[in-house]
Design a protein around this ligand. Sequence first.
Ligand code: FAD
Length: 587
Amino acid sequence: APAASPYDYIVVGSGPGGGPLAANLARAGYSTLLIEAGGDEGDNPTYADIPNFNEAANDELTRWDFWVKHSDDPARDLKFEHTTWDTGDGTFYVGLEPPEGAKLLGIQYPRASVLGGCAMHNAGVCSLPADDDWNIIVNKTGDTSWSAANMRKYFKIIEKNDYLPAGNPAHGYDGWLSTSVADASWAKNNSLPATKILKKMAELTGQDPENVANLVNSDILGEYENADEITSFYNMATHASKEGKRSSPNNYIRATLADPAKYPLTVKLHTLVTRVLFDNSTTPRAIGVEVMEGESLYKADPKHVDGTKGPISQILANREVIISGGTFNSPQILKLSGIGPAAELTKFNIPVIKDLPGVGERLGDNYEGSLLALGQSPVESGLITLLFRTPSAPTKKRNIYTWCGAFSFEGFWPGFPTNYGPKQYECALVHMAPKSQAGSVRLLSADPQDVPEINFRFFEHEGDKDLHELVEAANILREAWQAAGEPVLPFDELHPCPKGTNCTDASQAEYFKLQAYSHHATSTCAIGGDDDPMAVLDSKFRVRGVQGLRVVDASAFPVVPGAFPSCPTMMLSAKASEDIIADARKA
Ligand SMILES: Cc1cc2nc3c(=O)[nH]c(=O)nc-3n(C[C@H](O)[C@H](O)[C@H](O)COP(=O)(O)OP(=O)(O)OC[C@H]3O[C@@H](n4cnc5c(N)ncnc54)[C@H](O)[C@@H]3O)c2cc1C
């Protein structure tokens, strides 16, 4: 038997899944090693101050560039306006007419490799899944602890509410995750063009136009009966303090490290986990991980230098290994360790520990697009946040999360976003509950420094329906914009109906089909029922067919959780902490 390790648990990856989990295990008294490929930028204002989120997501210091596909059709993908090319002289070309000799990279999908994961470079938008997105796990697995009503408990455990008076029963006030909302008092000013737009939006979505000043303050993180069916304005919440300081797993990990006498947490930065190690039990047990130490070892890192390697070693765990590398890396790590579709592993001479066909499949993401225009003069306002249902949505549930304001956000490419100047106005659209989850993360080699192939296969199943819902949303919002009045009107639209073109529902659907983007990927190591051959995890996050191994991050969701996954993943992490600690105490 291997010598006892100093660590009970090894957690791989410090994002919303792994970061809080490692801290919780240590706080429960278990010696825990948290391994993170990136460094710690917790004190760096680019990351610590939430208004800098675009700089953070562009920053080479932490950026992992995944160059993804949106479909199996290269010709279709080449019509994506922000397709990125390597010019060979150290610069990128972004667009549809690359210079001679440029090498196609693909569609940029940024991730943050840093202590705190993507919660350190994201916009911090905090929203909760549809109740159904939790309840579906109960339906699939029979585990009632996943019910939406029970999951509220985990939100309350993590939340440190910074915007409502104490005592609101839907909220927590003693957790580690600050939540705050913006000042929405601008909506009381009836003469603002934005307020006129807001009132028209209310009228078009069945809300009271005379009550908008109150409606914009509705609590988006509140608890409501039939929440999934409510169309309403809300005040957008962020995981940040009211002073604008980012709140993320980074803070919680650092607070845990600050008391080493009490909490046995060790954090190993700049360390890439290359695979999980197993013993040779009949049902193989995860006993530790193999790591390669050094900075910028992964080839998604723009600072990676060809051929760079680091020393390799093995680290053992007495109890369990937990993989939290995120939706792209967790399935890659499992596959490199011999857990995944047998044919894919065999192709790269990886010995099969467990044939699990679902690993890396069912990749899902919300479809995002935007209605973007230039007014004749700036639209002064705060943000309008609206969750609504478009007329052809298949159920009574709301399907669109939109936020409108004087900004531009058109997806990701090196150097995003474009600043169109003070007259820019946008409604950003997140289409929730995509009907298709046909994407995949598949190995291109057995080299752990290589990046896997990521293909979202957008709109693969029932895509026309989702596209139609996006068009309906754009049409409703555009109609509301016409209420802006002087001196803003007319809006010169940039997309999906560029000024001067023949705009139809079909032309808009085509626009969204080619130009939709995403950044909420989930479900590549999904929880599922015993009868589901594509299930990777059971309801307690345990990897099926082996022992001592779990996956805890956004890849575990069987369906994309609501509009934004960061807060849902932190709730999932709180639940996993409780489940793992309960198992340890039983043992
Ligand atoms: C630009 C951008 C903006 C976003 N904005 C929002 C938003 O406003 N609101 C929202 O809710 N969501 C947002 N998201 C999505 C959200 O941040 C992610 O869904 C969430 O962070 C997922 O958490 P995770 O723990 O699954 O993975 P991640 O956050 O990706 O964390 C994984 C961690 O594991 C590490 N890791 C991976 N592989 C290895 C390895 N082999 N060895 C060691 N370490 C490894 C990585 O370095 C990383 O730190 C955004 C995402 C992006 C990219």
